[in-house]
Design a protein around this ligand. Structure first.
Ligand code: AMP
Length: 190
C-alpha cells in the first residue's frame, strides 16, 4: 500500500502531480482543499465555518480537519492501493493525527514528497490560477497570507518528516514531465 503525502506551498503543483500519480498507480486522492470547497458549495455547517478561514487565507482548526480525515480515508475501503494526501497535513498536530489514524488501521505513510518551488514562481502561478479558475482565495492579498501561513505553520513539517525518514525533496520548478519522472522514480522504489 502506497500512502503518499504530496507536500508543498500553495501553487507548488500538488494537485497537478497528484492527478498524474493517481493515473499511473491507481491511487485514491484526498485533497482537503477540495473537500472543503465542496462543503462550501453544498452550504453545510462545516462549509460555512471553513469559508471564513479560507477567505482570510488562514488554516481551518486542526480538530475540524482531523475529524473529517478518518471518514474520508475510510471511504476508500480496506484494500485500496494507497491514497495521496494532498494539502494534508499542514501542521505538526495534523501529521501526528494522520500517523495515529493510519496506525490504528495497521497502515502508514510510505513517503512524503516535497515539491520545492521558489516564492516568485508560486505567486505567478497562483495569480494565473485565480484568473483562470475564479478561486476567490487566489488573489494577491490572500496569496501573501497563505504563503506566510505555509512558512510559519506548514514548512516545519519538512523537518518532522525528515525525522520520520520518509522525506523526499523534488525540484518543483521546470518541465511538468521531468517533475513527474522525478516523483515516480521515488514512488517506484516504495
Ligand atoms: P488548498 O486547496 O489545499 O490550497 O486549500 C485551500 C484552503 O483550505 C487553505 O488555504 C486552508 O484555508 C484550507 N485547508 C485545506 N486543507 C487544510 C488543512 N489540512 N488544514 C487546515 N486548513 C486547510
Amino acid at each position: 500500500m502506497k500512502n503518499i503525502v504530496i507536500f508543498g506551498a500553495p501553487g507548488s503543483g500538488k494537485g497537478t502531480q497528484s492527478d498524474r500519480l493517481i493515473a499511473k498507480y491507481g491511487l485514491g486522492h484526498i485533497s482537503t482543499g477540495d473537500v472543503l470547497r465542496s462543503e462550501i458549495k453544498n452550504g453545510t455547517e462545516l462549509g460555512k465555518t471553513a469559508k471564513a478561514y479560507i477567505d482570510k487565507g488562514q488554516l481551518i482548526p486542526d480538530e475540524l480537519m482531523i475529524d473529517i480525515l478518518a471518514s474520508v480515508y475510510d471511504s476508500f475501503g480496506k484494500d485500496h492501493k494507497g491514497v495521496i494526501f494532498d494539502g494534508f497535513p499542514r501542521t505538526i498536530p495534523q501529521a501526528e493525527a494522520l500517523k495515529q489514524m493510519l496506525a490504528d488501521r495497521g497502515h502508514c505513510v510510505a513517503a512524503m514528497i516535497e515539491l520545492d518551488v521558489p516564492e516568485d514562481e508560486l505567486m505567478k502561478r497562483l495569480i494565473l490560477r485565480g484568473q483562470e479558475s475564479g478561486r476567490t482565495d487566489d488573489n494577491e492579498e490572500t496569496i501573501k497570507k497563505r504563503l506566510n501561513v505555509y512558512h510559519s505553520q506548514t514548512a516545519p513539517l519538512i523537518e518532522w518528516y525528515k525525522k520520520e525518514g520518509i522525506h523526499h525533496h523534488i525540484n518543483g520548478l521546470g518541465e511538468l514531465e521531468r517533475i513527474t519522472k522525478d516523483i515516480t522514480s521515488e514512488v517506484d522504489k516504495l
